[in-house]
Structures are given as C-alpha cells and as structure tokens.
Design a protein around this ligand. Structure first.
Ligand code: FMN
Length: 316
C-alpha cells in the first residue's frame, strides 16, 4: 500500500508473523527502468517472504523491472491491475488494465520469461460500466493462458471517473461471492480474495469456503496485532505461542537504533507502530506519546521504551 507498507512497516509486520506474505508499495516500472530508482527496491533480509508489486503496461519494461526485482531478492513479482488513481491511469497502468486483458497477458508473459520467481496479478472485478461476471472470467482466462498461477482479486470494481482513490476502496460494493465463483470455475488458479476483510475469523471463513488466500490491507495496517499475532497459528497451522505487540516493540528497538545511526528519523519507523495496541489498554497513550514525541529533535528509542512502559502500567 502506497506510503504505508514501506520497508519499516514490513519489518514490523514480519516480527508479528513469520509466515504472512508481505507486499511492497507499488513501484512503477518506468521509475525503476527509465528513472534508475533502484533504491526503491531496498529491503531488509528479515522481510521474507516478500513480494514486489510493479505498476506498468509495457511488456519489455515490466520484464526488466521484474528482473531487477528478482535480482534484488524478492520472492514474488506482482503486477498491479487495481490502482485507480489519475496519475496511474495517465501512465496506462493499474485498474485501467482491466480493459485490456490481452495486454496484461503480454506483460505477465514477458515478466515470467524474465524471472524464476512467481509472477502474480492483483486485479479488481472490473471497472466502470463493465459487467464483472463477463470481464473477470475473461481476464482470468487471459492471464492463466499466459502462465500466471496466482491472482489476488480486490472484490469490487474501480470507478475510474469521478471517485478518488480513497473512495474507490469503499464506495463500489464488494462482491465476495463472485470471487468465490471464480475459484470454483478456475480450480487450478491460486485465488486470494481482498477487500473489507478485517479479522482472522473472516479470513478463516473465506479459506474454509474454498479460497486459497486472503489479503488484508487496511485492517493489517491499523490493527496489526489483531491480524498478524495469531496468523501463524490460526492460518498457517504453525504450533507455538502467538507473538505479542510488546515483544515486537522490544525487537524494533535495535532496528530503530540502526535506522537513526544511518541518518533516519524516528517518526519514519514509529508512524507504522501507532496501531500496535489498538483495542488494548493503554492504546491511546501509546499512540499519543509516539505521535507527539517522535518528531521532536533528538527523539530516539527511549521514547518508544517510555511509551511501552506506559502501556504496561495501563494493562496492570
Ligand atoms: C493507503 C493505501 C495505499 C494503497 N496502495 C496500494 C498499492 O500500492 N497497490 C495495491 O495493489 N493496492 C493498494 N491499496 C489497496 C489495498 O491493497 C487493498 O486492495 C484495499 O485497501 C482493499 O483491501 P482492505 O479492505 O483489506 O484494505 C492501497 C490502499 C490504501 C489504504
């Protein structure tokens, strides 16, 4: 998620779940290939398994961007066919690609030929006036034909005219049933569902109904502990105790130290930690101490330790 799932966020989320697959923000192929912005690929070895999401619509450029991503160590390269923002439409990528499945097929074929890791697609169920029951199966047939085996479907349309990107995440109605029908029809595709899933209970129900995966966006960002701490046990069947937000905070301290010594700012890391105690005692004080203190000059890990002590007092 743009501006959210940067490397600091992913490092934190990986401390909460060893198994959940994490995704980068969308990185555009032109930025990597023409702009030479390979620093956008920087990540920590601890983040694995981690997928790089690319935006673009030029097969050769996407192939080169995928090659750079695989060389940088990403475990999967994902093509964005869901982002509705104007900026992205003007470059002919994102959700507007739902209108051109043949082009998407050429893009993913070129990407697959360039790398050994999985090439996956994240799409919508359609855009604008399209009929999802017609265009979604056609889209899936095209990418399957091009060799794609894994797809994530954001179970709502994008309306490319008149809605902001934010509205496009809420206003077009969700159609989880249609995604379930696609799984029944494309049994050989690994289909993950996305959109409006806000608890592990819901995720488990969707998996039990036959879907292969569940992608959680906003809830994982705003309530990371609720979604991730029990995910290894409940979703992946890994025995052992659940992780805790307290342990994750302690494990973030050395990461924060090294980020600061490399010239980074505390807030760049702690802004992703604000929701760690959401719904738990002390959540409000934690959020306030971090958001008010972390931009002050000289702020460091002591602030995070003090905020954690406050949470412990509230919980006692
Ligand atoms: C701030 C923000 C940035 C996003 N950026 C991306 C992105 O870069 N690529 C993408 O595929 N989806 C992006 N999304 C959409 C989410 O991945 C997801 O499809 C959408 O929020 C619906 O899932 P949710 O209800 O679990 O959040 C973004 C969402 C948000 C809130």
């Amino acid at each position: 998620m743009m501006d959210w799932t940067d490397r600091h966020c992913r490092y934190l989320h990986r401390l909460l779940s060893r198994r959940a697959l994490l995704y980068t923000e969308m990185v555009t192929a032109p930025a990597l290939v023409r702009g030479g912005a390979v620093h956008l690929l920087d990540h920590s070895p601890q983040e694995h398994p981690v997928a790089l999401q690319l935006g673009g619509s030029d097969p050769a450029e996407l192939a080169e961007a995928a090659r750079l991503g695989a060389r940088a160590g990403y475990d999967e390269i994902n093509l964005n066919c869901g982002c509705p923002s104007d900026r992205v439409q003007s470059g002919t990528f994102g959700a507007v690609l739902m209108r051109d499945p043949a082009l998407v097929a050429r893009c993913v074929a070129a990407m697959r030929a360039a790398v050994d890791v999985y090439v996956t697609v994240k799409c919508r169920i359609g855009v604008d006036e399209q009929d999802p029951e017609v265009v979604l199966p056609d889209f899936l047939s095209h990418i399957r034909e091009a060799g794609v085996r894994r797809v994530i479907i954001h179970a709502r349309k994008a309306w490319l005219q008149g809605l902001s990107p934010k509205e496009n995440r809420d206003i077009p109605p969700l159609d989880h049933d249609l995604v379930g029908q696609m799984k029944a029809r494309f049994a050989d595709l690994h289909i993950s569902i996305n959109g409006g899933i806000a608890s592990l209970d819901e995720a488990e129900a969707l998996l039990a109904a036959g879907l292969d995966g569940v992608m959680v966006g906003r809830a994982a960002y705003h309530q990371p502990a609720d979604i991730l701490c029990a995910a290894d046990r409940r979703i992946f069947g890994v025995p052992g105790p659940d992780t805790t937000p307290e342990a994750a905070v302690n494990a973030m301290l050395p990461y924060i130290e090294s980020h600061l010594s490399a010239g980074g700012r505390l807030n760049q890391v702690t802004r992703h930690m604000l929701g760690l105690f959401a719904g738990r005692p002390g959540a409000r004080a934690w959020r306030r101490m971090l958001s008010e203190g972390s931009t002050r000059p000289g702020a460091g890990p002591e602030l995070v330790e003090a905020a954690l002590a406050q949470v412990a007092r509230a919980a006692a």
